[in-house]
Write a protein that binds this ligand. Structure first.
Ligand code: LCS
Length: 393
């Protein structure tokens, strides 16, 4: 990676993580093997003791996985990455590593539904308490800190309200109180936001989304800043077994090459669509980080390189009108997930955030009428025409 230090982000996307391999391939081969041969018993023992570097068993380390981990760690300006079997596996590993019984977490109210549910239904059973706050309001974070608080966990922009948290300011609060600060950077990707540069300690991603970008992989990653945190996380991931497999790591690494280009196109398309929706008479409200009407527009301008591809909106006719639009789109696909080259539309209250329950959803600002659109890289006029016919049919 050292030779990539002085190149631009676009060049890093193309070259990051690629090493010299046998036969000179220009991309990392798929090392589709569960295990690796030792030269001798002493060699195997030395690898297990950590006295020699090398590969033992794919749950522990695999060259294809390692290449992808190094690439994303490089893009996030982190120390090392840990590839996981899903975004949820990554988030789970972060919580498992950092939290003990009796500990307290402060978490954004607007997070992917299962992240909140993991804290309220699984970690709660092991004595971990969580306070969900609106993390875009720094006072709410400060007021929630108690003597057992260990972690501040922020998703920004939050799923699906697109609420934006000031990472630099939360990092100051966290470090003043000796707390670990983790950010879910799934909605922006390192092309548009780099939380570690802004003071966060840990970044997690659902690689399923923009980083892979092609809706054909479920995977996640944790990126950390130093060896101490890395070895703690690696031990836990090795025990819980939630690792990514080599083929998916290869696909993610391939997706990264076009990350910069894709994020640019997602942002331009979404900007035009958000403006179209904002001006459409059937639309009650639109939330999009690139619109001046976004409540945290100034923070977005400060910490995002561009506005991203996610839009949330509600129609004047509420959920019934929203359902009609979601059932009528032709080019946009009615499906959960996000961040792929194809535009996807979905209904958080009955889909991605159903597990949260109505009360917690409402507290997080996720109304029943909210429709979420992940804008793809199609021709923007085609997307607008599709939304127009769905809104007006
Ligand atoms: N973090 C965020 C911000 C997410 O949006 C998701 C998934 C995850 C973590 C979990 O990642 P996974 O385990 O699925 O790789 N979000 C989804 C969504 O909004 N629709 O379907 C999945």
């Amino acid at each position: 990676m050292s030779e990539l230090k002085n190149v631009g982000f676009d060049s890093k996307c193309v070259h990051a993580g690629i090493k010299d391999y046998e036969f000179g391939p220009v991309v990392t081969p798929i090392y589709q093997t569960s295990t690796f041969k030792f030269k001798s018993v002493d060699h195997g023992a030395a690898l297990f003791k950590g006295e020699e570097d090398g590969y033992i068993y794919t749950r522990m380390k695999n060259p294809t996985v390692e290449a992808m981990e190094q690439a994303i760690a490089g893009l996030e300006n982190g120390y090392k990455g840990l590839g996981c079997g899903s975004g949820m596996a990554a988030i789970h590993t972060v919580f498992q590593t950092l939290l003990n019984s009796g500990d307290h977490v402060i978490c954004s109210k607007a997070v992917y539904g299962p992240t909140a549910t993991l804290l309220t239904t699984v970690f709660s059973r092991f004595g971990v308490k969580t306070t969900f706050v609106n993390t875009s309001d720094l006072e709410q974070i400060k007021n929630a800190i108690n003597e057992n608080t260990k972690l501040i966990y922020v998703e920004t922009p939050g799923n699906p309200t697109l609420e934006i948290t000031d990472i630099e300011e939360v990092a100051k609060i966290a470090h003043k109180h000796n707390l670990v600060f983790a950010v879910d950077n799934t909605f922006m990707s390192p092309a548009l936001q780099r939380p570690l540069d802004l003071g966060a300690d840990i970044v997690v991603h659902s690689l399923t989304k923009f980083l892979n970008g092609h809706a054909d992989v479920v995977a996640g990653i944790i990126v950390v800043k130093n060896e101490e945190m890395y070895s703690k996380m690696r031990k836990v991931l090795n025990q819980n077994g939630g690792v990514i497999d080599p083929f998916n790591a290869f696909l993610v690494h391939r997706g990264l090459k076009t990350l910069s280009l894709r994020m640019e196109r997602h942002s331009r398309n979404a900007e035009k669509i958000a403006k179209f929706l904002e001006e459409h008479p059937a639309v009650e409200w639109v939330v999009f980080p690139g619109l001046e009407s976004h409540p945290q527009y100034e923070i977005a301008k400060k910490q995002h390189k561009d506005c991203g591809g996610m839009i949330s909106f509600e129609l004047k006719g509420g959920i019934e009108a929203g359902k009609k639009v979601m059932n009528s789109v032709k080019l946009c696909q009615l499906a959960v997930s996000l961040g792929g080259v194809e535009s996807l539309i979905q209904h958080p209250a009955s889909m991605t955030h159903a597990s949260m329950g109505k009360e917690q959803r409402e507290a997080a600002g996720i109304t029943d009428g909210l429709v979420r659109l992940s804008v793809g890289i199609e021709n923007v006029d085609d997307l607008i025409a599709d939304l127009k016919q769905a809104l007006e049919n």
